[in-house]
Design a protein around this ligand. Structure first.
Ligand code: SAM
Length: 283
């Protein structure tokens, strides 16, 4: 592997080679804080034998660390100039594969070629699509992301809390979401306008929703949170065109009190509601 120094912020890497220009339209904010980089790697809980997929390696600060800690590393970078730079950097290292392309149109499991772990300081303009793309089966064993602080709060929010909403339910129905650490804007160059945080998403062995029901589940959750201040009886009447008695029967089957609001329900309750609505003729 070629030896190289630390990439600089001044437009040149540690060996004095010019770095490609920063493309803000691609959400490019490069991490330079060693503690944050190490925290992301630690949160992946690698044993050394894994295949790791990295989304958006950028100038490779996280990539360098990951390459030392896994058996195989596949990195997916959209920016052609950065992908070229990374191909050159890892040319002598066969365990690192550079994929130049859009992560959202890349089949992640196929790129990994088997079980994998996912890492990414992701571009914030497509955080949610990336999260759900990576939750399509076959899912990674776990994923560690650096995301906007506000998104991290929503991903990890508990029922009844202010940040709990459709994103929380749709992710938590499929995975455990953990808040790992807050990250200040100063950890990046150039710094983003928002604070960030590291989160770990671990797909559940037994998700609350089957893959074939996910689209309907997401739509139902979105609909319910569109009426988050209303009681469940009113909501079920509206979404399923039922009278109050029939709505109460659906809710009873789902184990949900008619007077509660959707923002207090756990992800499993939404899944039971979907099943109960399915079993109700005409709903
Ligand atoms: N991982 C690097 C770091 O921590 O310094 C860079 C992180 S930067 C926030 C996001 C990276 O994702 C950039 O390198 C950007 O070019 C890349 N990117 C943006 N859109 C992408 C896409 N659709 N597919 C793959 N990579 C993308």
């Amino acid at each position: 592997m070629p030896t190289r120094g630390r990439p600089g912020a001044s437009g040149a890497d540690g060996d004095g080679r010019a770095l490609p220009p920063v493309r803000k339209s691609l959400g490019q904010h490069f991490l330079h804080d060693t503690r944050v980089l190490n925290r992301i790697v630690d949160a992946l809980q690698l044993s050394g034998g894994e295949t790791v997929l990295e989304i958006g390696p950028g100038r490779g600060a996280l990539t360098d660390r990951l390459a030392e800690r896994c058996r195989r590393l596949v990195i997916i970078e959209y920016d052609r100039a950065l992908a070229k730079m990374l191909r050159e950097r890892y040319a002598g290292r066969p365990s690192v594969e550079v994929v130049e392309g859009d992560v959202l149109t890349t089949n992640l499991a196929a790129a990994a070629g088997g079980p994998y772990v996912l890492a990414g300081n992701v571009p914030y303009y497509i955080t949610t699509p990336i999260l759900f793309h990576a939750l399509e089966p076959p899912r990674p064993a776990r994923a560690v992301y650096l995301v906007q602080r506000e998104v991290a709060d929503r991903l990890t929010a508990a029922p009844g809390s202010r940040a709990y909403g459709a994103l929380s339910v749709n992710v938590q129905a499929l995975a455990r979401a953990e808040f790992v650490a807050a990250v200040p804007a100063g950890a990046f160059r150039p710094p983003p306008k928002v604070e960030s945080a590291i989160v770990r998403i671990t797909p559940l062995d037994r998700p609350a929703v089957a893959p074939e029901d996910e689209a309907r589940f997401h739509a139902l959750v979105q609909q319910l949170f569109g009426m988050r201040r209303k009681q469940m009886r009113r909501i079920v009447r509206a979404v399923a065109s039922l009278d109050a008695g029939a709505a109460d029967a659906v809710l009873h089957r789902a184990g949900i009190e008619p007077e509660v609001r959707p923002e207090t329900l756990a992800p499993a309750a939404f899944a039971r509601l979907l099943a109960a609505l399915r079993a109700t003729p005409g709903s």
